[in-house]
Design a protein around this ligand. Structure first.
Ligand SMILES: [Zn+2]
Length: 773
């Protein structure tokens, strides 16, 4: 009875934790004026994401006009910041050189009554070329419009609120970088709330902060109605090669928070990222949080939001736990001491010998290693059966595979337990498991402090629960209550982590979720053991039967893993609504009259295979930023290369100043110019703006380059100072790129179940030409 009650209690705690991650019910369009309504915001989503609207395109101009009209309609001071800007992060483009864009940010201000600083609500309104951006980032953009509406109907806030709808995020984060670096309203910095979507559903996660975030996180926990965020996510995100507009604000002047929903990643950057794909519960959560935070930051004294430390924080039902990062290491060490004390008391109470404790510690490493390895092997098997998954961030219907990974981790843990329990004993195994969690806590505290709570707190709780259970043994329900309460701490902390890790990392890294799941299982071992058929201490034949019984759950979990993986393969088939993504582009040299199909796919799928054969070098297309791709011959299209007009060419000593204008001869999204590799470039100016050229003259055959997104039709003027001996041949390689392969000779449209990879080069049509100087 006690065992059943304990398990029910644990299950209830788990259910509560998961329910807490659910998105709120979307409010309809007739919700009160001071509230955020996903119904109202969604009307803007439909306008913004009616079609693909990449930076510089006529479609993006229409979106911009809509944004201006909406913000002006609210009576806000609204303007367009139209400028050339350089990329903030290191996303793409030339190995040496610069990536820039012509950007047009829409900026509106709600003036504060007695401003102590500025609050910036930031989202990008441009989309990728491959899709309409129904979520990415019509979600953030429409949220900001609706928040602006709600704020301007109520009493004026104390601080200035600035709505920043950026351009060219997808290209190079250039809009945000232009705003942060050169807009007058950004001159004094402030608090940035960036809103993103990298999928179509799931809770909105506050996944990135500026450094020394304790005060910001405290406000987030207080003022966001649905605060989902963990200091662990911040650490993961810093380790991933991803960037958002927020990167452009991460300097001395700004502090802030970055939020996104990320589940349903299969549609990310693809034609399927439509308004219809959006989960309006996620939109509602974005809006509720953004409005709550805007009101709170709008009324707070913003002069001192930077505190000397980072906080550790994580979601629990009903709120956000937070404590100073300075406690991380002391708590981790305390957990080690507590587990050591538990081990000592376990030995003294006669529950386990020193040898068994040592064996328990050594053996507990087995499931910790085996579960993630098995999860990765499972995914390897699944992708061997369905290679199309390689090009997806996550499967369309990942739930079956996620459950299969959890079943697999359970099977491994239970099998391990059934094999070791009789020899080593439940007490030694439980202590051994907690010891690993405590040690991991110390490692994390040193290397990834924001993630240390994940193992430190469950280990600490487990050790304390165990100590209480040992001290009060054989006295009523207290031992069971103690170990159950301790396991509940593990469930509250680790179960949401498992659930959030799956969409964050995708199935390709499902092993990480399996690892956390096994750690959760180790924490819950004392409770699971209460149900063990041998827990009653049977002997003889009964014990033998009990041992056989104990293997049953492990077997059932193993069968479940196989069945779930099979169901996943059966249910998540590629079809017209869930196409297998393929990557193809076209590159033509207008000088040599040669053209190629190119693909990023490492193992081309049947449709792509009709265009490309082996691996080919693409160093004659430096503007693509790739060294090698799959390639195949393509018919030559009647397309003009960009023109390079030499405006002036002067020499003094071994310095040569060349001024050129690069003019696209057709509507293009991208324009690039590269100088041949051995030529050293010592300074460069683009449209009158000089920039640091970095290290040049090493790459072959093309070195220093300029990548310019959304170029104006009249072209881009580039001045270069070259260092070369008189007579050295200097050549320029100009390339431009547009989107869409449909009109090309030899292109056969995709069958219904074949889709487009969400990538910045998917469906790109590049034309290049070399110009000797
Ligand atoms: Zn995007």
């Amino acid at each position: 009875m006690a065992a059943a009650a304990a398990l029910v209690a644990l299950a209830a705690v788990g259910a509560g934790s998961l329910l807490d991650l659910r998105t709120p019910t979307p409010k309809s369009a007739d919700a009160p004026a001071d509230a955020f309504s996903a119904g109202r915001a969604y009307q803007d989503v439909q306008v913004i994401a009616a079609r693909s609207h990449v930076a510089g395109s006529p479609a993006n101009e229409q979106v911009r006009a809509h944004l201006e009209q909406k913000l002006r309609g609210l009576g806000l001071e609204t303007e367009v910041q139209d400028t050339v800007a350089r990329e903030a992060g290191q996303l793409s483009g030339a190995a040496a050189g610069a990536t820039l864009a012509q950007v047009r940010n829409v900026v509106a201000r709600l003036p504060g009554t007695d401003s102590t600083g500025r609050v910036f609500l930031v989202a990008h309104y441009d989309s990728v070329q491959t899709g309409p951006g129904g979520n990415d980032d019509a979600a953030g953009t429409s949220t900001i419009l609706e928040v602006a509406r709600a704020l301007s109907t109520g009493p004026r806030p104390r601080n200035d609120i600035v709505f920043v709808l950026t351009d060219a995020e997808e290209a190079c984060l250039c809009g945000a970088s232009a705003f942060a670096a050169s807009h007058p309203l950004a001159a004094d910095g402030g608090v940035v709330l960036n809103l993103e979507a990298r999928g179509s559903t799931g809770p909105v996660i506050m996944f990135e902060t500026s450094r020394n975030n304790a005060k910001l996180v405290d406000i987030f926990g207080r003022a966001a109605p649905h605060p989902v965020g963990t200091s662990f996510a911040v650490e993961i995100y810093r380790a991933l090669p991803n960037d958002t507009d927020f990167t452009a604000f991460l300097d001395q002047k700004f502090v802030g928070l970055n939020s996104a929903y990320i589940d349903g990643g299969a549609i990310y950057h693809t034609p399927l990222d439509t308004p219809a794909a959006m989960d309006r519960g996620s939109l509602q959560q974005h809006g509720d949080n953004a409005l709550g935070l805007a009101r709170e930051f709008g009324g707070t004294d913003l002069t001192d939001l930077r505190s000397g430390h980072d906080a550790t924080y994580f979601p629990v039902p009903g709120g956000l736990v937070r404590y100073p990062g300075s406690l991380t290491l002391p708590l981790a060490l305390l957990a080690v001491v507590a587990v050591a004390a538990l081990g000592w008391l376990t030995r003294r109470s006669g529950r386990a010998s020193t040898g068994r404790l040592a064996a328990g510690f050594a053996l507990a490493l087995v499931p910790i290693v085996a579960a993630p390895v098995a999860a990765q092997l499972l995914w390897l098997a699944i992708t061997t059966i369905r290679p199309g998954y390689a090009e997806l961030l996550d499967p369309y219907r990942p739930i079956w595979y996620r459950l299969a990974v959890l079943a697999l981790a359970t099977a491994i843990l239970l099998t391990w337990y059934a094999l070791t329990r009789r020899r080593i004993g439940p007490a030694a195994l439980a202590v051994g498991g907690l010891a690993w969690l405590a040690l991991l806590g110390v490692l994390l505290a040193v290397a990834v402090p924001g993630g240390a709570y994940l193992t430190t707190l469950p280990a600490l709780a487990g050790a304390l629960g165990g100590l209480v259970a040992l001290r009060t043994r054989q006295t009523g329900p207290w031992p069971v209550v103690a170990v159950t309460a301790a396991a509940a701490v593990g469930v509250v902390i680790l179960l949401p982590t498992v659930v959030l890790l799956f969409p964050a990392l995708g199935m390709a890294m499902g092993g990480v979720a399996a690892l956390v799941a096994v750690l959760l299982g180790l924490v819950a071992l004392p409770v699971v053991d209460l149900l063990h058929p041998q827990a009653g201490g049977q002997r003889g034949l009964l014990a033998l039967r009990a041992r056989r019984l104990a293997v049953l759950p492990a077997g059932a979990a193993a069968v479940a893993a196989v069945v779930l993986a099979g169901v996943g393969l059966g249910v998540d088939r590629f079809d017209a609504d869930h196409p297998a993504p393929t990557h193809l582009m076209y590159a033509m040299d207008a000088g040599t009259g040669q053209a190629r199909w190119l693909s990023h796919e490492s193992d081309p799928q049947p449709w792509t295979d009709g265009y490309v054969d082996g691996v080919t070098t693409v160093d004659d297309f430096p503007g693509l930023g790739d060294a090698e791709l799959r390639g195949g011959p393509a018919p030559v299209a009647n397309l003009p290369a960009p023109k390079v007009e030499v405006l002036s060419d002067t020499r003094s000593g071994d310095e040569r100043l060349v001024r050129v204008r690069v003019v696209p001869q057709r509507p293009v999204r991208l324009l690039t110019l590269h100088v041949n590799g051995p030529t050293a470039v010592t300074s460069a100016t683009v449209n009158g703006r000089q920039f640091d050229v970095g290290r040049t003259g090493t790459q072959k055959p093309w070195g220093f380059g300029v990548v310019f997104h959304a170029p104006p039709a009249e072209g881009v003027e580039i001045a270069l100072t070259l260092h070369s001996a008189d007579g050295d041949p200097v050549a320029l390689r100009a390339m431009d790129a547009s989107d869409g392969l449909d009109a090309l000779p030899g292109f056969r449209p995709r069958p219904p179940a074949v889709g487009v990879v969400g990538s910045h080069s998917s469906e790109m049509l590049a034309v290049a030409r070399t110009y000797p100087l």
